[in-house]
Write a protein that binds this ligand. Sequence first.
Ligand code: HEM
Length: 400
Amino acid sequence: MYWNQLSFLLLRHECQFHNKEFYYYPWMVMDSPASPEINDYIQSRLQCLIEGTKHESPLAVPDHPPPWLDQDQFLRGRALFYEYKMGILMSSFRSLVVGLSIPNLAIPLCLTKRSSTPAKAFKRYLHTGGMVEEIYKIIPWESTHVLDTINRYHRLAAQKIRAMSKEQRDTLALLQFQDLPQHPYALSSTDRGLLEVLQTMDYPSTHLGRELFREYRHTHVVFSDTDMALVHLAFFATFVQHPISYGGGGIGEQDLDAFLHYWRVIGYYLGVKDDLNLAGGGSQSELCAVWRALSKQLLYPYLQILDGVSLKMVKALTTANDLNLGLIMFSSMEVNGNELSELWNKFPVHTKFLYYWRRFFMECLYRTRYFRITINWLLSTVTTRLLEKLGPYSPLETDV
Ligand code: HEM
């Protein structure tokens, strides 16, 4: 009990310290009322996302570079990856875990059966990490080969899943788990605590936000333009919003701008439409405001009803990597300025220790250049070895 209170006091203290740091990143100021211009900007982007729920993404590489391409910015953004590789991959991975709470994203992934058990999820996401590294190696206006492959994976899965009705997809996805051993999906007491806290979570919602949630939840379109825009976000938004948490405390605003441009270009080549491409089309502060609005208006309502296929897919992925789901959700919310203090109180001591250890590791140790270089090198070496050991893998033989 005593430790509980002490560590929570410490946490609150740290959050205040965090808030001070937000002022070094003006776009990070939390919960201050948005200006009418920013509000208008948020509304216009949400409106595009509502429209995007009704349209299938083409899932194809355009045959010409985007008119807004800035090659120097692209290369500068790409260089950031090599400097902060582990931090960037960690931030994307965390966003992908949280993103599985959205059934529109979890169900197609479940239906391809590539990540619905912990063993498969481990292999799939290790391979994804490897492919993301490959993306960073190419210059898309010279060669799009990795992007062609990813688009092909998407088209193949989409072709089969789009042939089913929404009801068929939902039923088939749930059935996948029926004959599997249930213990990897069993909820721990912290998981149950997490679900309770999420259900009672309070957040502001707007008229347009509710419309977006409603349209997105009920759309029959799979691999929609909005699906693409949301998955795309996972690869850059968390890192840009809170680089400090991923060892990037010293990164300047211009480098983050370049990183955004990098992902704007990659999104373009993966078929993300310009008006739904949330890595561009506005200043960094405008974009951050839209991402935060999306968390509150779209993600949080899904977290409140987290269940069924989404919950199983999230559990498969966290069990595969021996990750603490409660801690992942807590940290993701914290970055958005939403402290789940009730959840923190439910954490056992070792989870709190893990939280501080992760922060110390990322915010202090990984921030040090030579340490970062060593860890990045270690990560690449271990990933390559593991991929070799796990043997060939091709999602193209998808068995939907
Ligand atoms: C711009 C957004 C996206 C990016 C950057 C992206 C990235 C990737 C990458 C790197 C792979 C290869 C993974 C591997 O090695 O197996 C992949 C495969 C795949 N992605 Fe995406 N993806 C995006 C959007 C989506 C969306 C919206 C969906 C559907 C909800 C989706 C579903 C899949 C599926 C089904 C596969 C094949 C592997 C499997 O079945 O798990 N992706 N994607």
